[in-house]
Design a protein around this ligand. Structure first.
Ligand code: 9MR
Length: 385
C-alpha cells in the first residue's frame, strides 16, 4: 500500500524538563504521515455513542446552541440519540447570561436544560469565570472595590438558578497563560487584576455553596502535546491544582479542552498518560470537555482527511480513557454543520472543515467510529458519574 507523507512542520523537538517521558517518546517519534489504508476503524454493532458510553459508566456529549434546537429538528434528533450530556456553547457566558449588572437572562440556557431533561441527558455549565466574552458593562464598571461582590453575586445567582440540575460546572476557564510571564502562570485577566490570585479559590467556594452536588471543574486548553508550550502549560496547571487542593478549595475535576491539531506531531502517549495520572493522584476527576481538531493543513481529499482526523481522535482517546479518573468525553459540537472552526480556523483551500463525529448531513464519519471504538475498548467504570 502506498504511504503518502504530508510532513507538517514537524520542527525541531527542543527538550524542556519532563526528561524521562520525552526520552521514551523520542524513540517512538515518527513523521506525520498518511494513515495506512490498513488501519482499521470498524465498529461492531449499531449502538449510539451515548449507549456505548453508558454501557461503560461514562458520559459522551457535545456543545450546542439553543437556536440550533429551535431551528433544526434533524440535528436535535441526532443530539438526543448520540449524547447523554450536553453543554451550552455560549448561553451561560457572561455576555449572554448577564447583559447588564442587574439583569440575568436565563431563557436560552433554560431551553437547553429542558431539552436535556426531556431526553434524559445531563448538562454541563460553561463557564462562570473567563476573561473572554464579557459584556461591555464589565469593562466600564469593574473596579477593585466592587469586583468581589460582582463576581460573587454572579456565581451565586447563576449556580443557584441551576442547582441540582447541572452535572458539572466549568467554574474557572483558561486561567493559565504561560505567555503572560508570571511565575504562577496566571493569566493577566480582569479578575486577576482586580482580585489577585485568590479569585480562583473564591469562585470555587461560592459555586460549592450554591450547588453542593455539582462537579466543580477547572477547564483549560493546551495540555495535549509534548511541545515546550504544552509541557509548561501542564506544569503550571498541575501547580495550580496542587495549590487549590492544599488550600482546601472545593475543586473536583480538571476539564481538558482537547482542541487538537493533527498537524502537530508531538502527541506523546506516555507523557500525556503521566500527566493524567498526576491529576488523578490529586483525587480529581478528569473530563475531556471540548474535543475537536484544527485541520487546516490536512489534505483536501476527504477520505484521507477523515482517516487522519479519526486516527488522531482514537490515538488521543485511547490514552485518555485508559485513565480511570476520566469520566466524560465531550466534542465541541456534534455535526460539521455547526462548528466554531469553520469561521475561527477555516481551511486555506476553502473546503468545508470536517472535525466532528457527524458530517453536515448528520451521517456518521470515521471520527464517530474513532470515538465509538475508544469507548468500546475502555474499561467499565462503576457507575455513571
Ligand atoms: O465555540 C464558541 C464560540 O461560538 C464563541 O463565539 C466563543 C466565544 O464565546 O467561544 C467558543 O467556545 C470556546 C469555549 O467557550 C472555551 N474554549 C475554547 C472554545 C473555542 O473558542
Amino acid at each position: 500500500m502506498k504511504r503518502r507523507t504530508f510532513v507538517l512542520g514537524a520542527g525541531a523537538f527542543t527538550g524542556m524538563g519532563i526528561v524521562t517521558a520525552s526520552e521514551r517518546w523520542q524513540s517512538k517519534q515518527t513523521s506525520v504521515s498518511a494513515i495506512p489504508a490498513t488501519r482499521n476503524f470498524t465498529v461492531s454493532g449499531k449502538a449510539t455513542l451515548r449507549q456505548r458510553a453508558a454501557t461503560k459508566g461514562l458520559l459522551y456529549g457535545a456543545a450546542l446552541q439553543s437556536k440550533q434546537l429551535e431551528t433544526d429538528s434533524v440535528f436535535s434528533r441526532a443530539i438526543a440519540q448520540e449524547c447523554n450530556i450536553i453543554v451550552p456553547e455560549f448561553e451561560l457566558k457572561w455576555r449572554t447570561v448577564r447583559p447588564s449588572p442587574s439583569v440575568y437572562h436565563f431563557a436560552p440556557a433554560d431551553k437547553l436544560l429542558s431539552f436535556a431533561h426531556a431526553h434524559n441527558m445531563k448538562t454541563r455549565g460553561h463557564t462562570l469565570v473567563w476573561h473572554e466574552d464579557l459584556p461591555s458593562w464589565v469593562d466600564s464598571a469593574l473596579n477593585s472595590l466592587n469586583a468581589k461582590q460582582i463576581l460573587t453575586d454572579h456565581i451565586s445567582t447563576v449556580v443557584k438558578h441551576y442547582a441540582g440540575k447541572m452535572h458539572s460546572w466549568d467554574v474557572v476557564n483558561e486561567a493559565i497563560e504561560p505567555k503572560d510571564g508570571r511565575s504562577d502562570g496566571l493569566r493577566n485577566s480582569p479578575w486577576l487584576t482586580m482580585l489577585g490570585p485568590e479569585y480562583i479559590d473564591l469562585a470555587f467556594r461560592v459555586a460549592a455553596e450554591s450547588d453542593p452536588k455539582a462537579v466543580l471543574t477547572y477547564n483549560d486548553f493546551g495540555m495535549d502535546y509534548d511541545t515546550p508550550f504544552g509541557r509548561k502549560k501542564r506544569m503550571l496547571v498541575l501547580n495550580l491544582l496542587h495549590q487549590l487542593k492544599a488550600n482546601g478549595t472545593p475543586i473536583h475535576a480538571l476539564g481538558i479542552q482537547a482542541h487538537l491539531h493533527r498537524d502537530n506531531p508531538n502527541f506523546n502517549p506516555d507523557s500525556f498518560s503521566t500527566f493524567l495520572q498526576e491529576v488523578a493522584d490529586l483525587g480529581l476527576k478528569i473530563m475531556i470537555t471540548e474535543l475537536d481538531l484544527t485541520e487546516k493543513k490536512l489534505p483536501t481529499d476527504t477520505t484521507l482527511r477523515d482517516r487522519t482526523i479519526a486516527a488522531a481522535y482514537e490515538d488521543y482517546l485511547t490514552v485518555a480513557l485508559s485513565q480511570p479518573a476520566v469520566i466524560a468525553v465531550l466534542t465541541w459540537g456534534l455535526s460539521d454543520r455547526y462548528t466554531w472552526l469553520s469561521t475561527a480556523e477555516p481551511r486555506t483551500d476553502g473546503a468545508p472543515v470536517r472535525p466532528l463525529p457527524l458530517d453536515a448531513q448528520m451521517k456518521r464519519k470515521l471520527a464517530w467510529n474513532a470515538i465509538a471504538r475508544s469507548l468500546d475498548k475502555t474499561t467499565q467504570r462503576s457507575m455513571i458519574p
